[in-house]
Write a protein that binds this ligand. Sequence first.
Ligand SMILES: Nc1ncnc2c1ncn2[C@@H]1O[C@H](COP(=O)(O)OP(=O)(O)O)[C@@H](O)[C@H]1O
Ligand SMILES: NC(=O)OP(=O)(O)O
Length: 309
Amino acid sequence: MGLNVIALGGNAILDTDPTDNGQKQVVAEAAKYIADFVTTGEKVVVCHGNGPQVGNLLLQQQAGESEKNPQLKLDSCGAMTQGSIGYWIQNALANEFLKRGQQQTVTSMVTQVLVDKADPALSNPTKPVGPFYSKEEADVLSQDGSVYIEDSGRGYRKVVPSPMPKAIVEKEAVQALIAADVLTVCAGGGGIPVYQEGNQLVGIEAVNDKDFSAKVLAEDVQADRLIILTGVDNIYIHFNTPAQKALTEISVSEAEQYVSEGHFAAGSMLPKIEAAIDFVKSGENRTAVITSIENLAKMNEKVGTIIHK
Ligand SMILES: Nc1ncnc2c1ncn2[C@@H]1O[C@H](COP(=O)(O)OP(=O)(O)O)[C@@H](O)[C@H]1O
Ligand SMILES: NC(=O)OP(=O)(O)O
């Protein structure tokens, strides 16, 4: 039993049906697994992605733009998706606990995350957002100056800047909620990237990687375990090739070796494994697990890819 930060992938929330109901349904399924896990006595803080959703919101903003209804910027869109996805998760979890007759307060918090204004990542877009396109579609769409990359064999996606998260601004609030046994959803979409200018926090047009933000969150709240839930049961070496091999339990040094050999795709699996490595190295008795949500309540059966010291 311990404190777990769970990072839930945006691609896991927007599965095949991008409608409001489609995503709510996926989140309702996820809520069952999270509630099962909590029922085993584990404490949980939930962080979630927003890549598909914030990209879709940008498209909606563009499509509906007029002088009286201008497009909102990426930091505001990030906040909007934190709100909507946070609502879906808190609603689904609260309903799940109600159904089970279990007393558990759930909330979600719009969270800001400090980044460095001079981070070179701000001028080099790498974070995939929005729908997947064919190469031909991406070539046409990139004529407006936006950048599209191939995303893990799944198609082409627009990429936006993604600075490295440094600290959770509302860390004390999250700690207070954990102490009060409130199941908190926070740092959604990696949190809204802000930088400090004098005594002010200023939003940046970028999307943080939620796996890195979840790692910072896990360190800030002194979690025992970082659990990164995504579309695969395990991470693989030689992924998507005939030599593909699932990794079960690996040490940080083995993980670092695989990273240096280039086994993990940038913008998808690489940030997860890097976040896991950093978290495990950040303190004593810390582990990280990368797996699918279906494995969440089976954590004690050593499922997924476990990374330890
Ligand atoms: N080496 C690897 N092992 C496993 N999955 C990988 C690997 N490299 C890339 N991937 C892909 O990365 C995906 C997870 O990234 P992504 O879908 O972007 O994350 P999220 O679930 O946070 O939205 C997996 O579903 C898989 O398709
Ligand atoms: N913000 C973020 O990392 O989202 P995804 O997990 O959806 O990529």
